[in-house]
Design a protein around this ligand. Structure first.
Ligand SMILES: Nc1nc2c(ncn2[C@@H]2O[C@H](COP(=O)(O)OP(=O)(O)OP(=O)(O)O)[C@@H](O)[C@H]2O)c(=O)[nH]1
Length: 395
């Protein structure tokens, strides 16, 4: 009888020790990374064990980079989720704002309608194009084509002139470029779920974090599931900002609680979380301070390499502030040299008459503008549509 009692006591002690160790390891994990969850997770023991196994497998990929695991914080109470505006409706609504950025189109129309243009008129056309940031090369090409077309058709009929200008501007904006954002998840060679991953880069202040919040809303409006990664660990508030965006639409945000934490680790954990949750898309924010090209290359290169250990990076979006003109163009060149850009997001197009930068940046980088930011409102981001843009310029 006493032996049985000893055995029972021994089993209880061993069980208590195991539970204590498990709880301790969970706490250590949460010291470093945090998953801001927007909904209350219900995880069974079996799922938790499977997750731990998956974590362990992922952790073996690169022990030098992965310093710890993601853990799930106590979930906040379920907020009232917002339903983001549908994509077609936002395009309709933002058209008027797009038109404001297009005073160039109207100015060109009025000069071209004078008919029988003098060299002074052509100089005026050139000045208008350059002032709208179309860029020298594209301006020359447009003027050449306009000269030929207006001569061939030999008319000052406003409708015909408008049509000529519409055709020529559209050709420059290039409607044939593929502007879709790759958001279709896949399956890796090992049979694991691979979310479509999107890395967002750009100089601070261009609107990266805001754009990622808005982009999450575009994706949610299209019924995609999303995880965000707050790898801008340079500015502490950026992670809070992203968490607020995520909470509003039910999107989880992976972040670090350690100030100045390794951004690559956060990016890695975000994709790992996207794999675990089997979401469609993971979008990762970065700091992108332009201290120098080598530093930027190191940081972004490392983030991208580390993300790719989990799933291929499908899109690298460069965020550019449309109001910053030539400065924006030189930033764009540096970023495209250090990391392969697949698309451009032009922000603050509502606050500028320099809509011509769309043409300039696409030609310089050979990469399409995929989204435009047209205001500070939560749904003021729209997929870029060349026809709609040119119509807005001329309306
Ligand atoms: N008018 C207007 N403002 C915008 C747009 N996009 C972003 N902004 C504003 O630009 C400011 C900077 O945006 P952030 O998202 O904090 O910029 P960031 O690039 O993430 O900056 P860092 O985190 O410092 O790297 C904010 O006040 C945004 O509201 C836009 O399309 N139109």
């Amino acid at each position: 009888m006493p032996e049985t009692l000893y055995i029972v006591i021994a089993v209880v002690v061993v069980l208590a020790a195991i539970i204590g160790l498990y709880a301790g390891s969970k706490k250590r994990k949460s010291d470093r990374f945090r998953l801001d969850e927007s909904t209350t997770p219900v995880i069974t023991d079996e799922e938790a064990r499977a997750q731990d196994e998956a974590d362990a497998a992922v952790g073996t990929l690169d022990p030098d980079v992965i310093e710890d695991d993601v853990s799930v914080d106590e979930a906040p109470s379920v907020p009232t989720l917002e339903r983001p505006e549908s994509v077609p409706s936002r395009l309709q609504r933002l058209r008027a704002r797009l038109a404001r950025s297009g005073s160039m189109g109207k100015a060109l129309l009025s000069i071209l309608s004078r008919g029988d243009l003098s060299e002074d008129d052509w100089d005026e056309i050139e000045e208008t194009l350059l002032a709208a940031d179309v860029g020298l090369e594209a301006s020359d090409e447009l003027m050449e084509n306009l000269r030929t077309e207006t001569k061939v058709r030999g008319t000052t009929d406003p409708e015909v002139v408008r049509e000529i200008l519409r055709e020529q501007l559209l050709a420059l904006v290039n409607p044939d470029m593929d502007r879709t954002l790759d958001t279709v998840p896949g399956v890796g060679d090992d049979g694991a779920h691979h979310p479509a991953t999107v890395l967002v880069v750009g100089v601070n202040g261009t609107g990266k974090t805001t754009t990622i919040g808005k982009l999450a809303r575009v994706l949610v409006a299209e019924d995609k599931t999303v995880v965000l990664g707050a790898a801008d660990t340079f500015r502490a508030a950026a992670a809070d900002q992203l968490a607020t965006w995520g909470e509003r639409v039910g999107v989880d945000v992976v972040r670090s609680d350690v100030e100045g934490a390794d951004p690559a680790s956060v990016a890695f954990e975000a994709v790992a979380e996207g794999r675990r949750q089997e979401v469609d898309v993971v979008v990762v924010d970065t700091a992108g301070r332009l201290q120098n090209k080598a530093g930027l290359m190191d940081e972004l290169g490392k983030i991208k390499r580390v993300m790719e250990k989990q799933a291929p990076v499908r899109e690298v979006l460069l965020v550019i502030d449309a109001t910053t003109g030539q400065n924006a163009m030189s930033q764009a060149k540096v970023f495209s040299e250090v990391v392969g850009i697949t698309g451009i997001v032009l922000t603050k197009l509502d606050g500028t008459a320099k809509g011509g930068i769309v043409i300039n940046v696409q030609r310089t980088l050979g990469v399409p503008v995929k989204f435009v930011g047209l205001g500070e409102g939560a749904d003021d981001l729209a997929p870029f549509d060349p026809e709609g843009f040119v119509e807005a310029l001329l309306s």
